[in-house]
Design a binder for this molecule. Sequence first.
Ligand code: ATP
Length: 236
Amino acid sequence: MSLLEVRDLRAGYGSLPVLQGISFDVEQGETAVLLGLNGAGKTTTVLTLAGLLKPWSGTITFDGTDVTGWDPRRLVAEGIVLVPEGRRVFPQLTVAQNLRLGAWPYRRDRARTRTVIEQAVEYFPRLRERWNQLGGTLSGGEQQMLAIARGLMARPKLLLIDEASLGLSPKLTLTVFEVAKQINDAGTTVLLVEQNAGVLNFADAAFVMEMGTLIYSQEGHEKIDHGAIRKAYLGV
Ligand code: ATP
């Protein structure tokens, strides 16, 4: 049984269909990547997985439970957490406050909150240096780190990260991919949505999306074939 099983998923906006019936599996413990150009439907996919967009049809099974159509809060409690595109940190709150807000549902358990914040900051020591700085005044890369760290506050089983590398320098992009891998090594399954094919160096499984369909899938038990994926993705 895979951790995430998506079957014939269709979703869209109003009457505009975007996902045309996609199916894929993400195995427990792996880092999977979803590649595709602008408008391919990647964000729509993760919004649907996180419950922010209702599926039109198809099923989403998570850890053996049919979670199709569940609301975001329930999905977070079940272990699916989305770090959305665009580093949505709270600009008027400090780094510390942003993180505590991420742990809000568990605020009564102070020991738990302290532990998850400690763990998250270990991945991103820079956040400790910026502890009392307002989110809105952080650099783009620091905001991305904060957004991912905040996602970790809920102790996800599956962390969905939407275009973490967008607008980052090559060096920071690498840092973010490396940290995603470390988070994965520590036991969290990760699905990275990317346009940057460099992410393949960190992936166990890869999917390429085009016009709301998956045009290429490489499951975790197969070896990543960079050439084939780049061909599907870039047509080269
Ligand atoms: P990007 O890398 O540009 O974020 P993407 O692969 O994540 O691309 P989506 O954001 O999922 O693509 O968009 C897929 C399609 O859905 C696009 O044609 C887009 O115009 C459309 N779309 C996205 N959001 C909305 C919305 N809120 N209302 C209507 N159409 C939308």
